[in-house]
Design a protein. Structure first.
Length: 371
């Protein structure tokens, strides 16, 4: 059964239960990240990409750069790439590339590229350097396979962190635009996992930093990785946290557009890699793993459902998701997340990374439906 058919064959349900079925609805993906509903109920996913070809360094320090990112329509259960040639880099554990994904009210498809133009390394082929400089950190309209840059929040956040280096002096300046959602009234909200900010982008492409997500109790930066606009029009932000944090260090923050305040709304999570509201108003948190960041073993994660009536929590797909990311609500009460999203264990022999003892970064990603 396809994802599209599944959403049409179920009627809306109440809260999901801990034994809700987990079904793979699509496979063969290259580091899947965010999910969105396209026109006619088509299920779309951003792919950070296959291992790119242009590598620098040796051993574990090797980094590879290229244009292997994409956005795929997976409604049939197999990826049909509707946009290709998107900027990527591979750092021996994961491919980093197009992550944020949104479909506007006009039906246009938008994606958010990692990094910033300031982070394009020297020594790459001239044509690749030029293309990475255009795409890194950009918000692009990719409708119909085109690549039209409408803003560059990566560059804006790089400058912001340069001006606010005192906030995270060991890491700033930095930028990694990560998650994207439509803003009521037009434009977008996004979070940057390296500048640790919530940003807005208006209809004219102007970027504004709205809030800084504070450092963790362990002293590392917050690393916000997801956001969603709630029924109250507040913005809800989840964090994966930085290195050395416990299994309860991650928070969900709530930002009020009216007052500009950012406060902890829910706490006690491990490493949040996706979040959002379900069809019935429940809030969901995708946990990349359950032992803190970085995980103490394999990144086996789950999804936590927060009941919108009483804030009680139900653990879903426990032990059935490997390095899961993203979140998308199905209109029938089910939810969707990406699984097998990154290399594990870390690859030490770039760029091949084909050891049978590890999950490769290329072609093993899946989208699962819960419920």
């Amino acid at each position: 059964m396809t994802a599209e058919a599944a959403t049409q064959s179920h009627r809306p349900t109440g809260h999901l239960t801990s034994d809700a079925p987990v079904t793979v609805v699509a496979g063969g993906l290259n580091s899947p990240r965010s999910l969105a509903w396209g026109r006619h109920g088509h299920l779309l996913v951003s792919e950070a990409g296959a291992t790119p070809p242009a590598c620098q360094g040796t051993g574990f320090a090797t980094k590879c750069y290229g244009l292997t990112g994409s956005v795929a329509d997976i409604s049939s259960g197999k990826p049909v790439r509707i946009a290709e040639g998107l900027a990527t880099n591979f750092n021996q554990e994961e491919t980093i590339g197009p992550n944020g994904l949104a479909v506007g009210p006009n039906g246009h498809v938008y994606t958010l590229s990692a990094g910033s133009p300031e982070q394009v390394p020297s020594g790459l082929p001239a044509d690749l350097t030029a293309e990475l400089g255009k795409q890194y950190g950009s918000l692009m309209d990719i409708t119909g396979g085109r690549r039209k840059v409408i803003a560059n929040p990566g560059s804006a956040d790089w400058q912001w962190t340069t001006d606010h280096k005192y906030l995270v002096p060991e890491d700033f300046p930095a930028s990694n635009p990560y998650a994207l959602t439509n803003k009521p009234g037009g434009g977008f909200y996004l979070v940057d996992a390296a500048s640790n900010t919530l940003d807005s982008v208006d209809r004219h492409g102007h970027v504004r930093v709205l809030a800084f997500v504070p450092n963790t109790p362990a002293g590392t930066d917050a690393v916000p990785t997801c956001l969603a606009v709630g029924p109250d029009r507040s913005v809800y932000i989840g964090q994966i946290t930085g290195h050395g944090n416990s299994a309860t260090a991650a928070n969900v923050y709530r930002y009020s557009p009216r007052t500009g305040s950012l406060k902890v709304w829910q706490s006690g999570f491990s490493a949040i890699s996706g979040c959002g509201f379900g069809a019935n108003g429940d809030f969901y948190v995708t946990q990349f793993d359950t032992t803190g960041f970085l995980p103490t073993g394999d990144p086996v994660g789950n999804v936590i459902q927060i009941n919108h009536h009483d804030n009680s929590r139900t653990v879903l797909a426990d032990g059935k998701l490997f390095a899961p990311t993203g979140f998308l609500a199905g209109p029938d009460g089910s939810i969707y997340v990406a699984s097998k999203t990154m290399m594990w264990p870390a690859c030490t022999d770039a760029p091949a990374c084909t050891s049978s003892s590890s999950i490769p970064a290329t072609g093993s990603g899946e989208i699962v439906r819960i419920g």
